[in-house]
Design a protein around this ligand. Structure first.
Ligand SMILES: Cc1cc2nc3c(=O)[nH]c(=O)nc-3n(C[C@H](O)[C@H](O)[C@H](O)COP(=O)(O)O)c2cc1C
Length: 159
């Protein structure tokens, strides 16, 4: 047993992202911090996603997603897209459509447009390995850090 493991994990430097998902007519978006680049060539990202999420089902069937980088002043967006069970989380925000068809959060700092290649098991999560096929810088600012979100994801209660 490691004391305060939830707080200790916050020392790993992670950003905070909104992952946009589309499967045909259905789309959704959720907050994720466990995202990283894992290859130069081809350009790959890995996203750790809880298979219980509604978004996971859409990701599995749709096979595409965007990773939208939140800025330091978008704490409220991280909270909003981190809430399960909202009927239309995406309403009231500006969205564009990426090359893959996945939704892009227009007021994020930057986005990556991805095709999901495969999944790996990782404890109670799955790691989606994704190829970056497009992307761009959208706005100026400093990225929001996971460490600044405190216990927003409820992680402290797991340890
Ligand atoms: C700061 C923060 C970071 C999060 N990071 C992740 C993550 O990396 N992976 C994940 O599966 N869920 C993560 N979550 C939880 C999801 O955002 C949350 O469960 C969300 O409701 C899932 O969306 P859905 O139920 O609409 O699919 C995070 C939540 C917050 C607030």
């Amino acid at each position: 047993m490691i004391e305060h493991l939830g707080q200790l994990f916050k020392h790993l430097s992670c950003g905070v992202y909104v992952i946009g998902i589309r499967d045909g007519e259905r789309q959704n978006a959720f907050t994720a911090a466990w995202v990283m680049q894992v290859s130069f060539n081809p350009p790959l990202l890995a996203i750790s996603i809880n298979p219980q999420h509604y978004s996971f089902k859409l990701m599995q069937t749709g096979g595409v997603c965007t990773v939208n980088v939140l800025s330091r002043d978008q704490y409220a967006l991280a909270e909003h897209f981190g809430k399960p069970g909202l009927s239309d989380k995406m309403a009231g925000h500006r969205w564009q459509t990426a090359v893959t068809g996945a939704p892009v959060l227009a007021h994020s700092l930057a986005y990556f447009d991805c095709k999901v290649l495969h999944y790996a098991d990782a404890g109670d999560h799955k790691i989606a390995v994704c190829e970056v096929v497009a992307g761009g810088k959208l706005n100026q600012g400093l990225p929001l850090l996971y460490a600044l979100t405190g216990n927003m994801d409820g992680g402290d209660s797991f340890y």
